[in-house]
Design a protein around this ligand. Structure first.
Ligand code: TYM
Length: 350
């Protein structure tokens, strides 16, 4: 089975973008893949060092994973800081990656803002830790939203440079396999990861502005649906969502230049595991006054059980912590196997 890895930061409330872009895909992949899902608490301190309730945030993401349908027994659910091999490999990757690569990351530029000199060194090195998260398991498939695409390209660059720089040593240690990268045969220790971004909602947009990503940091709560919103709040937010005055088109092409309509149709499609084309077969020619109530019903039907189960689980922190400890122990054993080999390849005496 192919190995899937993905992570979610324990910062702020989870929203529909996190659910459709990531968590719902995590759930779907469990049948066909071996999956490792991580609450990336080390990443959470890169942009903001001190948090009011970091343990509560970590438990709430864990609860969301389980409530959405991830099986922590069959697969692995854990928090990053319990497996120190992530940080160890990230350090090595800090020495593989170039400063220029990091400076080009759009997420770094956005998060650091104007005062870049004053951003934490951790924020700059963030993608190196993300590459380590994935590659410490030598995972090959990474389900994420569209905003993580650039980070996954960098993960491939880091893997490639490590493979090239250490090719002789990898061979000498009897490790790695031959892979073809483009036309070039490479004896690789780390695989080239495949981003899994496809689907009808790879980038869920703000309900107030179809050109802006739905995000935890948007000051308007009406811009997003939170996983912990109740049915009435979900209904209100969808009813107030920005739209244009036209009826829905009957073909996907007709959504071009209509970002708000495109977004709502994408959300409907993702929530019902259908394509946008298929949704438009039902709603083409209909006004938003018909489409929005249908979307409210669907969103409540899908999200209410997740919301309820998440709240129930958060009332049992002992159980959540035991899931994380168990997952951390199993993840740690796998990560250590890679790190022993990596230390050998580099030449650290152990
Ligand atoms: P984070 O915590 O910002 O977001 C978690 C996941 O949600 C997706 N996402 C969205 N998808 C669609 N539409 C949106 N509006 C939207 N907003 C967020 C993100 O793409 C992500 O998949 N760097 C990562 C966490 C991470 C990671 C990793 C992911 C750390 N290590 C290793 C994969 C593999 C992040 O900050 O995600």
């Amino acid at each position: 089975k192919q190995l899937v890895f993905s992570g979610v930061q324990p910062t702020g409330n989870l929203h529909l973008g996190n659910y459709l872009g990531a968590i719902r895909k995590f759930v779907a992949l469990q049948e066909s893949h071996d999956c490792i899902y991580c609450v990336v608490d080390l990443h959470a301190i890169t942009a903001q060092l001190v948090h009011d309730d970091l343990p509560g945030q970590i438990r709430s993401i864990t609860a969301a994973f389980i409530a959405a349908g991830i099986d922590p027994k069959q697969h692995i659910v854990f928090n990053q800081s319990q497996v120190p091999q992530h940080a160890e490999l990230a350090w090595i990757f800090n020495c593989v990656a170039r400063i220029g690569w990091m400076n080009r990351m759009t997420q770094f530029k956005d998060k650091a803002g104007k005062d870049r000199e004053n951003a934490s060194l951790g924020l700059l090195a963030y993608p190196s830790l993300m590459a380590a998260d994935i590659l410490v398991y030598r995972a090959t498939h990474v389900p994420v939203g569209d905003d993580q695409k650039q980070h996954l390209e960098l993960t491939r660059d880091i893997a490639m440079k490590f493979n090239m720089d250490f090719m002789q040593k990898i061979r000498a240690a009897g490790l790695g396999t031959d892979i073809l990268v483009g036309d070039e045969p490479v004896h690789a220790y780390f695989p080239m990861v495949e981003p899994m971004i496809e689907g009808p909602a790879p980038r869920v947009m703000s309900l107030k502005d179809g050109t802006k990503k739905m995000s935890k940091s948007d000051p308007s709560d009406l811009s997003r649906i939170n996983l912990l919103d109740d049915a009435e709040t979900i209904s209100k937010k969808i009813r107030k969502a920005k739209t244009d005055p036209d009826a829905l088109p009957s073909e996907v092409e007709g959504l071009k230049g209509r970002p708000e309509a495109d977004n709502l149709v994408g959300i409907f499609a993702a929530l019902s595991d259908r394509s946008k084309a298929d949704v438009l077969k039902d709603f083409g020619g209909q006004q938003f006054s018909v489409f929005k109530p249908a979307l409210v019903d669907l969103a409540v039907e899908v999200l209410a059980p997740v919301n309820g189960e998440m709240r129930r689980l958060m009332g049992d922190p002992g159980y959540i912590d035991s899931v994380l400890r168990d997952g951390g122990a199993r993840a740690g054993a796998r990560a250590e196997k890679t790190m022993k080999e990596v230390r050998d390849i580099i030449g650290f005496v152990q």
